[in-house]
Design a protein around this ligand. Structure first.
Ligand SMILES: *Cc1c(COP(=O)(O)O)cnc(C)c1O
Length: 372
């Protein structure tokens, strides 16, 4: 007796990655350094697994406030990944007829989660070049009166931070909550966190996933205490488990390690973007995140040819018309990026004429130009 819309959904597909250079999921390529592993193991071994988490998560919240500059006047809510926070927002706002709005294309969970909760999702197309379309956003906000507006900042999958002036206009126009999702903040030049004090209906969402702790599943969101207090009623009481809590506290004490990894990834991003842009026919879009969006002739075939060479990237071409022939590539460790570049060199340069080894996959229209 399942819902028809659930039966009609396709499952969130995560491809097998054993033996692959994995550049499809925006993971930090660097593991916890060996020098920290014993201390980490001792810390986890001391956690009382027989006890429920302390429900206010006071120690972890204090560490997060301190480390990530959450304004003192703000409330803070924790999630089992920011995916769970998105889910809580969906549940809390899903009155009959409610609308959730986002610039689009963006993080697919905004749409999936809103629709599962029974809200209508409205995606407002980005302007050419993947910036916010100011007029279209303001018109849609006026027309739809959304309960919730999401802005991914930097935007996944396009890579750059949106224009702050347009975001200010959106904040002024939106009748409900505006959530700025800063999942990629460790790689970005700007943040809205300090601006929370000036915008009572703004929430800033973060995660430790892209910082190198994707396996922990910990996200957090800051905003006016009234909003956070209401959302906290929807949160399952023990949603962050004791091992995640202990591990996150440990990681925050050793934040310099993760900050250095993020700095290395930002430096690698510049190198990789430069090399990719020199490949024939490849267009690289500006990125403030730990991934690069590129447009390449016959992207589905290039994706397959990379896969044949054991390099996994994300083909985002079918997500949205504006992403036609686009691939999203996570910035890896130098050796991984070198493997990617060597593979692309084989695919795009050493096979002049650009006919990749296999034709476009089913579903592709086959109308792409054959040569870069
Ligand atoms: C990866 C990602 C998330 C999910 O983060 P988790 O904390 O791992 O659930 C949220 N928002 C955006 C835009 C992302 O790309």
């Amino acid at each position: 007796m399942l819902r028809a819309d659930v039966l009609a959904m396709s499952a969130y597909h995560v491809p097998a990655a054993d033996g692959f250079v994995k550049l499809d999921a925006m993971e930090n390529p660097y593991p916890l350094p060996d020098a920290l592993r014993d201390a980490f193991a001792r810390r986890l071994a001391a956690v009382p697994l027989n006890r429920y988490p302390v429900p206010d998560y006071a120690a972890l919240k204090a560490a997060i406030r301190d480390r990530f500059g959450v304004p003192a006047a703000c409330g803070l809510i924790l999630g089992n990944g920011s995916d769970e926070l998105i889910s809580l927002l969906s549940v809390a706002t899903a009155r009959p007829g409610a609308v959730v709005l986002s610039a689009w294309p963006s993080f697919v969970m905004y749409q999936v989660s809103a629709q599962l909760a029974g809200s209508r999702f409205v995606g407002v197309p980005l302007a050419p070049g993947f910036g916010l379309d100011r007029a279209a956003m303001l018109a849609a906000i006026e027309r739809e009166a959304p309960a919730l507006v999401y802005l991914s900042y930097p935007n996944n999958p396009t890579g750059a931070c949106f224009d702050d002036g347009v975001i200010r206009d959106i904040l002024a126009a939106a009748p409900g909550l505006v959530v700025i999702d800063e999942a990629y903040q460790p790689f970005a030049p700007r943040t809205w966190m300090p601006a929370l004090e000036r915008h009572p209906d703004l929430l800033v969402m973060r995660t430790v996933s892209k910082l190198g702790l994707a396996g922990l599943r910990l996200g957090f969101m800051a905003g006016a205490p009234d909003w956070i207090g209401q959302l906290d009623k929807v949160r399952p009481p023990y949603n962050v488990n004791v091992l995640t809590e202990a591990a996150a506290l440990f990681a925050l004490e050793h934040h310099a390690v993760f900050d250095a990894q993020a700095a290395a990834i930002r430096a690698e991003r510049a190198v990789l973007a430069d090399r990719l842009a020199r490949l024939p026919g490849v267009e690289v879009f500006a990125s403030d995140a730990n991934f690069l969006l590129l447009r390449v002739p016959q992207a589905p075939a290039v994706w397959q040819a990379l896969r044949d060479r054991r390099v996994l990237v994300k083909d985002v071409g079918r997500m949205h018309a504006s992403l036609h022939d686009c691939l999203r590539i996570t910035v890896g460790a130098p050796q991984e990026n070198a493997t990617l570049l060597a593979a692309l060199d084989e695919i795009l340069v050493q096979r002049p004429g650009g006919s990749p080894p296999e034709g476009p996959r089913p579903g592709s229209d086959g109308a792409h130009p054959t040569t870069p």
